[in-house]
Design a binder for this molecule. Structure first.
Ligand code: FES
Ligand SMILES: [Fe+2]
Length: 429
């Protein structure tokens, strides 16, 4: 695979392979920093949400001391899951099997018939297991199951410089519950797509763009330049810039005046100011798209932020999670409109979403073919290589990373995904 990547290719079979899938769960999901949820989803003590790391079930909960916990959802008695609701508020989790009861800190506090049946049970030792590492970055909570993981800041590396544009300039909050839907495709396909597959937009999303739905930049209403940013810790971003404009992803002045420019450097602020559609992925499976656009050609552009997680289910099958987000201090009716645009564009019923789903589900079927092995089928990521291609490195870009102008004409971002994937899966320790 390393050789193929050098040549700008990857193997098709990894998009539907039992052995690869198992190794991904063990070497990637159980070792990386994986997104759990946003702090605004559990604002009150006792608020909880069901979450997962790879396929492992966890409870994302704000405990009675106000601390965020990520607890493995498995009773210490016979192992069943304690949490049977997607979300709620509770001081305790009581196991439905024999009634062992845990505080929302994870501490075991109740064992029916303890005196008669388990006089020697060490309650302190039988609390719920928590993820070994839990950290928050501007409200985004991540966990790593690897006790030897580097800290989150190190893991994010220079990507944090870009995440600041989206999560530090404004305090963001989740609107409503996440939307979830299954897709018959491998989790890597959308993850890699959100590394910056801008090449598919004119073809895959032609019908939506033709009727005037989507971003002001993609529709060509605004003169813009697309930058593809890689080499930022194994993650990647694609950012449209509209020279000289205060566009801020389509947010109107009544929203941008609630921003906190003092939290950013001048260079960061300059990029935020000129930003149209922006998207990216934090390895392995957290993506986002900031759409400066609308779900209706007759209506104003709004800054709709969709945060995505691509959850592995089995080889060739995954579940998408989609959280629509808006600046916390924006007017309520604006947030309602953001939600509407999110639902109408990048959600299960959204115009752009159905385009992608209907294409991605064709990949695993081919990847699982006997013939794929016979012809040693590969996927091609060599766009932008060779003489006279359009994409070129822009040394004047003020942020970190390797940055290409004409970012829609290079596969460097997507190659970054597969390099990181290959490095992580090969690095068993
Ligand atoms: S399995 Fe939980 S109390 Fe028995
Ligand atoms: Fe797409």
């Amino acid at each position: 695979m390393a050789d193929a990547l050098e040549e700008g290719e990857a193997l098709l079979e990894i998009l539907h392979d039992d052995e690869v899938f198992e190794r991904e769960l063990e070497e990637i999901f159980a070792k990386s920093w994986v997104y759990i949820g946003h702090e605004s989803e559990i604002p009150e003590e006792g608020d909880y949400r069901q979450r997962s790391i790879g396929k492992d079930p966890f409870i994302f909960v704000r405990d009675e001391n106000g601390e965020v916990q990520v607890l493995w959802d498995s009773c210490r008695h016979r192992g069943t899951k304690l949490c049977r609701a997607e979300k709620g508020n509770t001081t305790h989790f009581r196991c439905p099997y024999h009634g062992w009861t845990y505080r929302n800190t994870g501490e075991l506090v109740g064992v029916p018939q303890k005196g008669n049946g388990f006089p020697d049970l060490d309650m302190e030792e039988k609390g719920l297991h928590g993820a070994p590492n839990v950290e928050s970055y501007n409200g985004l909570v991540f966990a790593s199951l690897d006790p030897d993981a580097p800290d989150l800041e190190t893991y994010l590396g220079p990507s944090a410089w870009y995440l600041d544009l989206y999560f530090k300039l404004a305090d963001m909050e989740v609107i409503g519950d996440p939307h979830r839907w299954e897709i018959d495709t491998d989790w890597k396909t959308p993850s890699e797509n959100f590394y910056g597959d801008n090449y598919h937009v004119p073809m895959g999303h032609k019908s939506a763009i033709d009727v005037g739905i989507g971003s002001a930049t993609a529709k060509g209403e605004k003169e813009s330049e697309l930058y593809a940013i890689s080499d930022v810790g194994g993650h990647a971003f694609s950012i449209y810039q509209i020279p000289g404009e205060d566009f801020f992803w389509g947010h109107p002045p009544e929203v941008t005046e609630t921003f906190h420019p003092e939290r950013l450097t001048d260079e960061q602020y300059q990029i935020a100011r000129q930003s149209g559609v922006s998207l990216g992925t934090i390895f392995p499976n957290l993506s986002f798209i900031y759409l400066g656009g609308s779900d209706d050609p007759e209506k104003d552009t709004v800054g709709t932020f969709c945060l995505r997680q691509w959850q592995p289910i089995e080889p060739g099958k995954m579940e998408a999670w989609n959280w629509i987000m808006a600046p916390k201090d924006a007017p309520q009716e604006y947030k309602d409109r953001v939600y509407e645009v999110g639902v109408g564009t990048f959600s299960l019923s959204g115009n752009f979403e159905v385009d992608d789903i209907g294409i991605w589900d064709g990949i695993p079927e081919a990847a699982d073919s006997v013939f794929a092995e016979q012809v040693n089928a590969t996927t091609v990521f060599s766009m932008g290589r060779g003489e006279d291609t359009l994409a070129e490195v822009d040394d004047s870009w003020p942020g970190p990373g390797t940055v290409y102008r004409e970012g829609g004409m290079t596969d460097e971002n997507q190659l970054e995904f597969y390099r990181k994937w290959h490095q992580t899966i090969s690095e068993a320790h």
